[in-house]
Design a protein around this ligand. Structure first.
Ligand SMILES: Nc1ncnc2c1ncn2[C@@H]1O[C@H](COP(=O)(O)OP(=O)(O)O)[C@@H](O)[C@H]1O
Ligand SMILES: [Mg+2]
Length: 213
Protein backbone atom coordinates (compact mmCIF):
# COMPACT_ATOMS: atom_id res chain seq x y z
CA UNK A 1 0.00 0.00 0.00
CA UNK A 2 2.78 2.42 0.98
CA UNK A 3 4.59 1.51 -2.28
CA UNK A 4 1.47 2.32 -4.28
CA UNK A 5 1.07 5.70 -2.60
CA UNK A 6 4.78 6.41 -3.17
CA UNK A 7 4.45 5.50 -6.87
CA UNK A 8 1.37 7.71 -7.20
CA UNK A 9 3.19 10.60 -5.53
CA UNK A 10 6.24 10.12 -7.78
CA UNK A 11 4.02 10.19 -10.89
CA UNK A 12 2.29 13.31 -9.58
CA UNK A 13 5.69 14.94 -8.93
CA UNK A 14 6.87 14.18 -12.47
CA UNK A 15 3.69 15.71 -13.91
CA UNK A 16 3.98 18.77 -11.67
CA UNK A 17 7.62 19.22 -12.64
CA UNK A 18 6.66 19.25 -16.32
CA UNK A 19 3.89 21.77 -15.72
CA UNK A 20 6.18 24.00 -13.63
CA UNK A 21 8.74 24.17 -16.43
CA UNK A 22 6.05 24.98 -18.97
CA UNK A 23 4.62 27.79 -16.88
CA UNK A 24 8.15 29.05 -16.25
CA UNK A 25 9.30 28.97 -19.88
CA UNK A 26 6.09 30.00 -21.58
CA UNK A 27 4.57 32.47 -19.15
CA UNK A 28 6.96 33.69 -16.45
CA UNK A 29 9.76 34.65 -18.81
CA UNK A 30 7.40 36.61 -21.08
CA UNK A 31 5.98 38.43 -18.06
CA UNK A 32 9.46 39.56 -17.10
CA UNK A 33 10.01 40.93 -20.62
CA UNK A 34 6.61 42.69 -20.57
CA UNK A 35 7.50 44.28 -17.23
CA UNK A 36 10.87 45.52 -18.53
CA UNK A 37 9.22 47.02 -21.63
CA UNK A 38 6.54 48.71 -19.53
CA UNK A 39 9.23 50.29 -17.38
CA UNK A 40 10.79 51.80 -20.50
CA UNK A 41 7.38 53.10 -21.61
CA UNK A 42 6.91 54.60 -18.13
CA UNK A 43 9.98 56.78 -18.66
CA UNK A 44 8.97 57.64 -22.23
CA UNK A 45 5.48 58.82 -21.22
CA UNK A 46 6.41 61.05 -18.29
CA UNK A 47 5.23 64.13 -20.23
CA UNK A 48 1.74 62.62 -20.78
CA UNK A 49 0.22 62.25 -17.29
CA UNK A 50 -2.90 60.24 -18.27
CA UNK A 51 -0.97 57.73 -20.38
CA UNK A 52 1.77 57.61 -17.77
CA UNK A 53 -0.71 56.75 -14.99
CA UNK A 54 -2.20 53.94 -17.07
CA UNK A 55 1.25 52.52 -17.85
CA UNK A 56 2.26 52.65 -14.18
CA UNK A 57 -0.94 50.73 -13.30
CA UNK A 58 -0.14 48.13 -15.96
CA UNK A 59 3.41 47.63 -14.77
CA UNK A 60 2.40 47.30 -11.14
CA UNK A 61 -0.25 44.74 -12.14
CA UNK A 62 2.34 42.87 -14.21
CA UNK A 63 4.69 42.78 -11.23
CA UNK A 64 1.88 41.39 -9.06
CA UNK A 65 0.96 38.70 -11.61
CA UNK A 66 4.65 37.75 -11.95
CA UNK A 67 4.79 37.17 -8.19
CA UNK A 68 1.64 35.04 -8.28
CA UNK A 69 3.02 32.96 -11.14
CA UNK A 70 6.30 32.54 -9.27
CA UNK A 71 4.36 31.20 -6.25
CA UNK A 72 2.45 28.79 -8.48
CA UNK A 73 5.69 27.51 -10.05
CA UNK A 74 7.34 27.02 -6.68
CA UNK A 75 4.29 25.24 -5.30
CA UNK A 76 4.20 22.96 -8.34
CA UNK A 77 7.89 22.21 -8.49
CA UNK A 78 10.92 24.37 -7.75
CA UNK A 79 12.73 24.81 -11.06
CA UNK A 80 15.89 25.92 -9.24
CA UNK A 81 16.14 23.02 -6.81
CA UNK A 82 18.40 20.81 -8.93
CA UNK A 83 20.76 23.68 -9.80
CA UNK A 84 20.67 25.92 -6.72
CA UNK A 85 20.13 23.35 -4.02
CA UNK A 86 17.85 23.46 -1.01
CA UNK A 87 19.70 26.02 1.11
CA UNK A 88 19.92 28.66 -1.65
CA UNK A 89 16.27 28.13 -2.57
CA UNK A 90 15.08 28.52 1.03
CA UNK A 91 17.10 31.75 1.30
CA UNK A 92 15.67 33.00 -2.00
CA UNK A 93 12.04 32.28 -1.06
CA UNK A 94 12.47 33.90 2.36
CA UNK A 95 14.02 36.99 0.77
CA UNK A 96 11.03 37.26 -1.57
CA UNK A 97 8.64 36.85 1.33
CA UNK A 98 10.40 39.62 3.27
CA UNK A 99 10.14 41.93 0.24
CA UNK A 100 6.48 41.15 -0.32
CA UNK A 101 5.21 41.28 3.24
CA UNK A 102 7.76 43.29 5.27
CA UNK A 103 8.00 40.32 7.61
CA UNK A 104 11.40 39.78 9.23
CA UNK A 105 12.97 36.48 8.13
CA UNK A 106 15.82 34.48 9.62
CA UNK A 107 17.44 31.42 8.07
CA UNK A 108 19.60 29.42 10.42
CA UNK A 109 21.52 26.60 8.77
CA UNK A 110 25.11 25.46 8.83
CA UNK A 111 24.41 23.18 5.86
CA UNK A 112 27.32 23.20 3.40
CA UNK A 113 26.48 20.21 1.29
CA UNK A 114 23.69 18.98 -0.92
CA UNK A 115 21.29 16.33 0.31
CA UNK A 116 19.79 13.62 -1.85
CA UNK A 117 17.35 15.05 -4.34
CA UNK A 118 14.31 13.18 -2.89
CA UNK A 119 15.14 14.50 0.59
CA UNK A 120 15.58 18.06 -0.67
CA UNK A 121 12.26 17.85 -2.50
CA UNK A 122 10.29 16.57 0.51
CA UNK A 123 11.83 19.22 2.78
CA UNK A 124 11.21 21.95 0.22
CA UNK A 125 7.56 20.95 -0.32
CA UNK A 126 6.86 20.98 3.41
CA UNK A 127 8.69 24.30 3.76
CA UNK A 128 6.53 25.80 0.96
CA UNK A 129 3.32 24.61 2.57
CA UNK A 130 4.40 25.97 5.96
CA UNK A 131 5.51 29.29 4.47
CA UNK A 132 2.31 29.68 2.43
CA UNK A 133 0.35 29.12 5.64
CA UNK A 134 2.39 31.78 7.43
CA UNK A 135 1.73 34.21 4.59
CA UNK A 136 -1.97 33.38 4.33
CA UNK A 137 -2.99 32.96 7.92
CA UNK A 138 -0.42 34.06 10.51
CA UNK A 139 0.03 37.85 10.23
CA UNK A 140 3.49 37.25 11.64
CA UNK A 141 6.17 39.83 12.35
CA UNK A 142 8.94 37.26 12.13
CA UNK A 143 9.57 33.84 10.59
CA UNK A 144 12.55 31.74 11.65
CA UNK A 145 13.57 28.79 9.54
CA UNK A 146 16.17 26.34 10.74
CA UNK A 147 17.65 23.46 8.77
CA UNK A 148 20.01 21.18 10.71
CA UNK A 149 21.79 17.99 9.87
CA UNK A 150 22.94 15.35 12.34
CA UNK A 151 24.53 11.97 11.69
CA UNK A 152 21.11 10.36 11.38
CA UNK A 153 18.59 12.97 10.42
CA UNK A 154 17.76 16.24 8.77
CA UNK A 155 15.50 18.57 10.68
CA UNK A 156 13.54 21.53 9.33
CA UNK A 157 11.80 23.99 11.63
CA UNK A 158 9.54 26.82 10.47
CA UNK A 159 8.51 29.04 13.33
CA UNK A 160 6.30 32.12 13.20
CA UNK A 161 5.21 34.56 15.90
CA UNK A 162 1.74 35.10 14.40
CA UNK A 163 -1.87 34.45 15.39
CA UNK A 164 -1.51 30.69 15.88
CA UNK A 165 -4.59 28.46 15.78
CA UNK A 166 -6.45 25.73 17.58
CA UNK A 167 -4.78 22.49 16.48
CA UNK A 168 -7.52 20.23 17.85
CA UNK A 169 -10.00 21.84 15.46
CA UNK A 170 -7.79 20.82 12.49
CA UNK A 171 -6.85 17.31 13.57
CA UNK A 172 -9.90 15.58 12.10
CA UNK A 173 -9.34 17.07 8.64
CA UNK A 174 -8.28 14.39 6.16
CA UNK A 175 -7.14 16.75 3.44
CA UNK A 176 -5.39 20.08 3.24
CA UNK A 177 -1.94 21.51 3.70
CA UNK A 178 -1.34 20.40 7.28
CA UNK A 179 -2.34 16.84 6.46
CA UNK A 180 -0.10 16.79 3.38
CA UNK A 181 2.91 17.89 5.48
CA UNK A 182 2.39 14.90 7.81
CA UNK A 183 1.81 12.53 4.92
CA UNK A 184 4.90 13.62 2.96
CA UNK A 185 7.14 13.36 6.02
CA UNK A 186 5.79 9.90 6.94
CA UNK A 187 6.17 8.56 3.41
CA UNK A 188 9.82 9.64 3.49
CA UNK A 189 10.26 7.62 6.69
CA UNK A 190 10.17 10.61 9.03
CA UNK A 191 7.59 12.62 10.87
CA UNK A 192 6.16 16.08 11.22
CA UNK A 193 5.05 17.80 14.41
CA UNK A 194 3.05 21.00 14.57
CA UNK A 195 2.78 23.16 17.65
CA UNK A 196 0.34 26.03 17.74
CA UNK A 197 -2.04 27.84 20.03
CA UNK A 198 -4.15 30.95 19.47
CA UNK A 199 -1.97 34.11 19.79
CA UNK A 200 1.14 31.99 20.47
CA UNK A 201 2.46 31.50 16.93
CA UNK A 202 3.05 28.25 15.09
CA UNK A 203 6.02 25.91 14.74
CA UNK A 204 6.33 23.14 12.18
CA UNK A 205 9.08 20.61 12.87
CA UNK A 206 9.99 17.94 10.32
CA UNK A 207 12.51 15.19 10.91
CA UNK A 208 13.61 12.87 8.11
CA UNK A 209 16.15 10.09 8.26
CA UNK A 210 19.40 11.20 6.68
CA UNK A 211 21.58 8.77 4.85
CA UNK A 212 24.99 10.07 3.79
CA UNK A 213 25.88 9.06 0.22
N1 LIG B 1 1.13 29.38 10.47
C1 LIG B 1 -0.19 29.48 10.72
N2 LIG B 1 -0.68 30.52 11.44
C2 LIG B 1 -2.00 30.64 11.72
N3 LIG B 1 -2.93 29.74 11.31
C3 LIG B 1 -2.53 28.68 10.60
C4 LIG B 1 -1.14 28.48 10.25
N4 LIG B 1 -1.02 27.32 9.56
C5 LIG B 1 -2.27 26.82 9.47
N5 LIG B 1 -3.18 27.62 10.08
C6 LIG B 1 -4.63 27.36 10.25
O1 LIG B 1 -4.88 25.99 9.94
C7 LIG B 1 -5.81 25.90 8.88
C8 LIG B 1 -5.53 24.68 8.02
O2 LIG B 1 -4.33 24.85 7.26
P1 LIG B 1 -4.15 24.03 5.90
O3 LIG B 1 -4.43 22.59 6.19
O4 LIG B 1 -2.82 24.37 5.34
O5 LIG B 1 -5.32 24.57 4.96
P2 LIG B 1 -5.48 25.99 4.20
O6 LIG B 1 -4.17 26.72 4.28
O7 LIG B 1 -5.84 25.59 2.80
O8 LIG B 1 -6.59 26.71 4.93
C9 LIG B 1 -5.76 27.23 8.17
O9 LIG B 1 -6.97 27.52 7.50
C10 LIG B 1 -5.47 28.19 9.30
O10 LIG B 1 -6.67 28.51 9.98
MG1 LIG C 1 -2.35 25.75 3.75
Amino acid sequence: MVRLIQAALAAQDAEREKLAYEVHDRIAQSLVTIFQQLQLVEVMTEALPDVHRAVVRCSSLTRQVTREVRHIIHDLYPPGLAEMGLKALLADDLRHMANETGCQVVLDTPLQRRLRQETELVIYRIFREALTNVQRHAQAQQVRVSLQLTAQEVCLEVQDDGTGFDLSAQESRRIGGLRSMHRRAELAGGHCRIESAPRRGTTVVVRLPYVAD
